[in-house]
Design a protein around this ligand. Sequence first.
Ligand code: GLN
Length: 175
Amino acid sequence: MNLVGVLALQGDWRTHGEALDAARIPWKPVRVARDLEACRGLVIPGGESTTLLRLLEPTLTSTIERFIETGQPVLATCAGLIIAARDVSPVQRSFGWINIGVRRNGWGRHLDSFVDRNRAFIRAPRIVDAAGVEVLDTVRGEPALVRQGAVLGATFHPELTQDVSVYQLAFGAFL
Ligand code: GLN
């Protein structure tokens, strides 16, 4: 079975599950390293990056690292994109799984949330350095969907608009 794992430590992972259901991509929640063994892809959802960093224990983190190194497809969104970035401002720990610089809350506060062409931005990070990646889509003139190898990063929340095209782009070729 070609399952996609959804990191289910925090944030709106269930909604990603619903969007994957809509895309007819089988999925399972990932909470500990061995959950990832059966998976051929991984979604790292939005939420709160500081909380996500606290909840990601070292074994799970190194398992995700190996997963990415071996070229398995990953979709990192919003807070997931922040922890996956190379550099974060204001300075915060991150894993460098995708070669971008981001500014947390760069699109403003919760009240500044917006939807633009099916892209939902909620306290979203702004990609301030995309020189090392391929930019697949822009919103308001700025990179919103980027790719580096099999890792896809979105500043927005594809699960909220059930935009299945993002999931198909991330996992379609691999499943
Ligand atoms: N601003 C949040 C953070 O820094 C991310 C917001 C989100 O994932 N919707 O983690």
